[in-house]
Design a protein around this ligand. Structure first.
Ligand SMILES: Cc1cc2nc3c(=O)[nH]c(=O)nc-3n(C[C@H](O)[C@H](O)[C@H](O)COP(=O)(O)OP(=O)(O)OC[C@H]3O[C@@H](n4cnc5c(N)ncnc54)[C@H](O)[C@@H]3O)c2cc1C
Length: 438
């Protein structure tokens, strides 16, 4: 199966998982005479709960299932579908209460039943989860803390939603319906055990050792790591890994980084990391010999997925790392494709990989357009940002058949994507990577 067929297969699997409880409901309806809106509300509750369960699969990083889309796209889907499921779950009690206002009385603290309380807490947990995620930066919640809360609240919301369904009982009375929900619950538990226990245990057997910590221009550091006692993994240039340093792989302290080295040398993996926050600012203090764990490779941002003889790369800042991996790989392969790189950076002095990019021009059919926000006095090249006019000045005449790879700040990639679309570049030829999964 090719990537497109595999993509459709996994979408079908997802839909089956999410819709299964609804089909069960349709096959054997619950209490009669409840009315269309009542049934609709119940259906929303069931669909929302099965979507919640499917979230555990979406975020468990199953490489085979994520490969056709790229794990970043899976995470975006997870983020958007979470809003839909929240809507389903939130609307469910509203419809019921508007149809039968006396239900509100059953929610009073003195009389509320355990399964109704479970339902209420489930909705509260889901709401808190949503608020913490949508406004994490405004609420100044640190990413690592947010991840722990995210895990706890999502488990709470799902477990209590299932307790609520079981407690209400009307729609899960027959043994096979019970079996369905028991299977859903156990599958989620199994996925959780896999992601938090089995996978880290496997990673523990496959450690890496830091071989070098190299200072780069632009407050960036390259970690060179080597597998210890195993053969590492092969990867496509442009893919990324989750890196854990020092701590055991059981800690929730992993960060995603693109592999910046050549895919032709998988035994020496390089990650080039720019100082930004807590974790990235400590990279310069990492000592040679320190243990590291890599979970990967992930991502669909790679030239190997779209073979072509004409590539255009557009990098902004540290977004150059996956593109560097692609250029290094093409050089190692002796590839003669026509390559054009737009590289936007604040200053020439800080431009990461400056010297190596210049020397790569000798090994590749590569043209580079540097775009500097703060150029030196004698600068003759492009100034400012990557704009429509700037692209028009440098793109080759056959630009519509090129494959485009964009990685950098969101405003830059959004603008370039829009410009290319407007000039008639087909969407399947535009590939972008964002360094912001959360
Ligand atoms: C696919 C991908 C590839 C990346 N490749 C590179 C690269 O090659 N070089 C590079 O310098 N940076 C890369 N990044 C960005 C890098 O992961 C973040 O800059 C880093 O995790 C920030 O951590 P911090 O603690 O230093 O900063 P913080 O100040 O704690 O975080 C800054 C922001 O980074 C994000 N972030 C923080 N921790 C995590 C985490 N554990 N998982 C996911 N996101 C997190 C959050 O959006 C957060 O708001 C990549 C990101 C992604 C998603």
């Amino acid at each position: 199966m090719n990537y497109v067929q595999r993509g459709f297969f996994w979408i079908a699997v997802y839909l089956c998982l999410v819709l299964a409880p609804l089909f069960v409901l349709l096959l054997a309806p619950g209490p009669s005479g409840s009315g269309l809106w009542w049934d609709f509300s119940i259906a929303l509750g069931f669909a929302g709960t099965s979507m919640m369960a499917a979230m555990f699969i979406l975020t468990a990083r199953f490489r085979r299932a994520a490969a056709p889309f790229g794990i970043d796209l899976v995470y975006y889907f997870h983020r958007w579908i979470a809003l839909v499921l929240f809507l389903f779950i939130a609307v469910h009690p509203f419809i019921l209460i508007s149809l039968e206002p006396s239900l509100l009385g059953d929610l009073r603290p003195s009389v509320i039943s355990p399964h109704m309380l479970a339902g209420v807490i489930s909705v509260v947990a889901l709401t808190s989860l949503l608020v913490m995620t949508l406004w994490r930066q405004q609420l100044k919640i640190h990413y690592d803390g947010w991840r722990i809360w995210h895990a706890l609240l999502s488990i709470t919301a799902l477990v209590l939603a299932i307790v609520h369904i079981e407690g209400v009982g009307n729609y899960v009375s027959s043994p096979w319906k019970r079996l369905l929900w028991t299977t859903i619950s156990l599958s989620c538990l199994a996925i959780l055990l896999y992601a938090r226990l089995v996978k880290p245990m496997v990673m523990l057997q496959r450690p890496y050792r830091v071989e070098q910590v190299v200072q780069e221009r632009g407050r960036a550091w390259t970690l060179v790591v080597r597998p210890e006692g195993h053969r590492s993994f092969s990867f496509m240039p442009g893919q990324f890994v989750w890196l854990t340093l020092g701590n055991s792989p059981f800690a929730l302290k992993e960060h995603p980084f693109s592999i910046s080295s050549s895919a032709m040398q998988p035994q020496t993996i390089q990650l080039t990391i720019k100082e930004l926050g807590d974790f990235t600012s400590q990279i310069k203090e990492v000592s040679v010999g320190q243990t590291a764990y890599l979970d990967g490779p992930y991502g669909a941002f790679s030239i190997d997925r779209h073979p072509s003889s004409d590539y255009v790369f557009i990098a902004g800042g540290i977004g150059v790392t996956p593109i560097m991996a692609m250029l290094r790989t093409l050089a190692d392969r002796g590839d003669g494709s026509s390559l054009l790189l737009f590289y936007a950076y604040s200053s020439w002095e800080d431009l990461t990989f400056q010297e190596e990019l210049e020397s790569l021009k000798e090994r590749l059919n590569l043209k580079i357009v540097y775009v500097l926000a703060n150029p030196p006095k004698e600068w003759q090249g492009e100034i400012g940002f990557v704009t429509d006019e700037l692209l028009a000045r440098h793109l080759p005449s056959g630009f519509k058949r090129c494959q485009y790879y964009l990685c950098g700040p969101t405003p830059m990639t959004a603008l370039v994507e829009k410009t290319l679309r407007r000039h008639g570049v087909p969407l399947p030829q535009i590939h972008s990577e964002l360094f912001n999964l959360a």
